[in-house]
Design a protein around this ligand. Structure first.
Ligand code: MOS
Length: 706
């Protein structure tokens, strides 16, 4: 891994050091390398004797492999070998990121759980040879009946655990003068990171070395060690640059296959997924159906919130889309009841996708709030303000900090909300109907144990090592700024090394907790270094290294509700001839703790809102019930918002002091998407007078008015 030297371009006036770097906009340290193409991603790094693996995918949705045409494939040009259930190394069935994960149990037997499951890896000297041979592989199956049709009353639907039961929801609803009872659906969605999943594995001096595209090298190394029964010290994982993750780059299935092949054929093997393979070999956001019941008094005060949600998962792993958690965070009510349900289908295993639970959950909750506002004739911003909780609505725990009210009021002021005519369907501009809408959201913040080291070197330079991941967020830069302030030096004197599991344990770029977790470890490592440098027995000889592992310090503080908050405002135009919805402008105001780097923070928030726009209007995986496969598993058929779909988006923040971690940092990766789809759907209602309770708000749905 190259060590990189910090060279900073200040886009806002420079402040003095300590404090100073934090809070000032800085371009990404690796920005120049990225825009010039010099940055090397997992699949870009050359290796002596590298072989290429190409995956063979199942074409049936349920059953068993009867035969694989391995012999014919082995005779093809350049083919080195085939990994299949016939020869694959045995994996530990207990391994997984959070408990046993059946989706990682690849090639362990001849069963087929869904269309697009990896059933063999063909390894050849060149990528072209591997692709040609994998495409030529003849496979026969003993098919079994499959089921990919998601319904809430599906046979075998089950509850994965208890929900919330505060107060008597039914009694409150029965007594409430205003009641809303609605169902909302969200479709299967895919992360669609720009860089497809890619891994290179090799054995080097008795160690398994991996270059991989993932969101956290330490956890990936740990799971790999567990899967293959290796000592953790024998596994090293690096991912210097990652082209997007969104929750979809945990332990890659392509990585498991690459390790198998490197082990069997005793040479470096790279496996890069095609875009088509990304759709079925990596995780996805499951389809959900939600029912929300709200009961309110005539002044809009909520007496009851009842939120039920069902999602699908695969037959081999349980994933729960926790859509109801947003209801535990947002509004005060006399009674709150939440329930989750899961349905097993012959589909790939779902997982976390940006704003997991909260994004689809807030679509339902924030749409329902808007419907209640309509019913009561109360402004939707005002309705939210009237239901602001003093403490966690379900937990009763105090908020570490909140400030959602400021997001709503300041957002409304900047957006020009006060001039809004509340009547739907009355603003015309040629063939366009115009409307505005609001949504709000929250996403869990917090810190998880990580370790860091800082070495003071001769010449006044410092090297920081932390196994963080920069998946495009700007984490590397943010951490360099935190370190500079902690050391009391300009950022130019800090070198930062990340994304190498040899740097020690660290939380991953997930749950919007990366920067807060890693920054805490850096803060403590800096304190340790200062102590060592101020040795009363005399100035030590450089280099000197300070280290920290925050496991103990973080354990103490979980008695609070800790979330980032935000409110989004959207203006849309709806074409009454074609049904097209265009978002004309969006504004998001957030309360997200201390902002380390305003430039990249704004990018994260605007990026989240862009993904929310995409969720509202475009994204939807389509499954064919006959084959059980996804029929739009490519970027021609799976639409994500492109440049022409995205208007001017503004994101800004209000002051938010979170005293519960040393740097006062909360996460900004996910809160931007939470609430955005509802803001757009609410604006479409305001434009047309028609409620859209199913995403995406496609042209045909607009034209048919449902
Ligand atoms: Mo995020 S969905 O936790 O990467």
């Amino acid at each position: 891994m190259t060590e990189r030297t910090v060279s900073i371009t200040r886009t806002e006036p420079a402040a003095p050091t300590k404090p100073g770097a934090v809070g000032t906009s800085h371009v990404r340290l690796e920005g120049r390398e990225k825009v010039t193409g010099a940055a090397r991603y997992a699949a870009d790094i050359p290796f002596e004797g590298l072989a290429h693996g190409s995956v063979v995918l199942s074409t049936v949705a349920s059953g068993r492999i009867r035969s694989l045409g391995t012999d014919a494939v082995l005779a093809m040009p350049g083919v080195i070998g085939v990994v299949s259930h016939a020869n694959a190394p045995r994996l530990n069935p207990e391994a997984g990121l959070f408990g046993p994960d059946g989706s990682l149990q690849l090639l362990q037997d001849n069963s087929v759980p869904h269309v697009g499951r990896a059933i063999a890896l063909v390894v050849a000297k060149t990528l072209e040879q591997a692709r040609a041979a994998a495409d030529a592989m003849e496979v026969t199956y003993d098919e079994e009946p499959h089921d990919t049709a998601f319904t809430v009353d599906h046979e075998g639907a089950y509850s994965p655990g208890p929900g919330a039961d505060n107060g008597d929801v039914d009694a409150e609803i029965a007594a409430a003068p205003a009641v809303i009872d609605r169902r909302y659906t969200t479709p299967e969605q895919h992360h669609s990171a720009m860089e497809p999943h890619a891994s290179m594995a090799r054995w080097e001096n008795g160690r398994l070395e991996v270059f991989d595209s993932n969101q956290g090298v330490h956890l990936v190394a740990k799971v790999l060690a567990d899967l293959f029964g290796l000592d953790e010290k024998l596994v090293r994982v690096r991912s210097e640059h990652v082209g997007g993750g969104f929750g979809g780059k945990g332990v890659g299935q392509q990585l498991v296959l690459a390790v198998m092949a490197a082990t069997l054929f005793e040479r470096p093997v790279r496996v890069v997924l095609t875009r088509h393979q990304v759709f079925s070999m990596t995780s996805l956001r499951p389809a959900t159906e939600q029912r929300i019941r709200l009961g309110a008094d005539s002044g809009g005060r909520l007496r009851a919130i009842d939120h039920e949600s069902t999602n699908f998962t695969s037959t081999i792993h349980q994933y729960v889309e926790r859509n109801t958690e947003i209801t535990h965070m947002m509004y005060a009510a006399d009674a709150i009841r939440t329930r989750l349900q899961v349905v097993r289908l012959n589909v790939p295993t779902p997982g976390w996708m940006r704003g997991p639970g909260a994004a689809p959950g807030a679509f339902a909750l924030e749409s329902a709030l808007d419907e209640l506002a309509e019913e009561l004739g109360i402004d939707p911003v005002e309705l939210r303000l009237r239901n602001e909780p003093k403490a966690g609505p379900v937990s009763g725990k105090p908020f570490s900090s909140r400030n959602l009210v400021d997001c709503l009021t300041e957002g409304a002021r900047r957006f020009g909300w006060a001039e809004r005519d509340p009547r739907p369907g009355v603003r015309r501009e040629g063939r366009w109907l115009l409307g505005t809408g609001v949504g709000a959201g929250a996403y869990g913040a917090g810190s998880l144990p990580s370790s860091a080291s800082i070495t003071a070197e001769v010449g006044g330079r410092y090297t920081v090592g932390v196994a963080a991941a920069d998946i495009g967020t700007g984490a590397r830069t943010a951490l360099a700024l935190v370190a500079a302030d902690e050391l009391g030096v300009p950022p130019e004197r800090v070198t930062i090394r990340i994304a190498d599991s040899d740097l020690g344990p660290a939380w991953f770029a997930g749950g919007s907790k990366g920067t807060a977790s890693w920054a805490w470890a850096i803060t403590e490592a800096a304190a340790d270094l200062r102590k060592k440098l101020n040795d009363p027995d005399g100035i030590p000889e450089l280099p000197v290294t300070g280290r920290a592992d925050t496991t103990a310090s973080i354990g103490a503080l979980q008695a609070q509700e800790r979330q980032s908050h935000g409110a989004q405002f959207a203006e849309v135009a709806v074409d009454t001839t074609t049904g097209e919805v265009r978002v004309r402008r969006m504004l998001g105001m957030f309360a997200a703790g201390r902002v380390v780097n305003p430039l990249t923070t704004r990018s994260q928030l605007v990026g989240g809102m862009t993904m929310g726009l995409s969720m509202a209007l475009h994204e939807e995986a389509a499954r064919d019930g006959v084959s059980g496969g996804q029929v739009n598993a490519d970027f021609a058929g799976y639409h994500v918002a492109a440049h022409a779909d995205v208007p001017e988006i503004e994101a800004d923040w209000v002051t938010d002091h979170d005293p519960s971690n040393p740097a006062g940092i909360k996460g900004v990766g996910e809160v931007g998407i939470v609430g955005t789809a509802a803001a757009i759907a609410n604006a479409v209602w305001h434009a047309t007078g028609v409620r859209h309770r199913s995403l995406p708000i496609r042209l045909d749905r607009v034209l048919l008015g449902r």
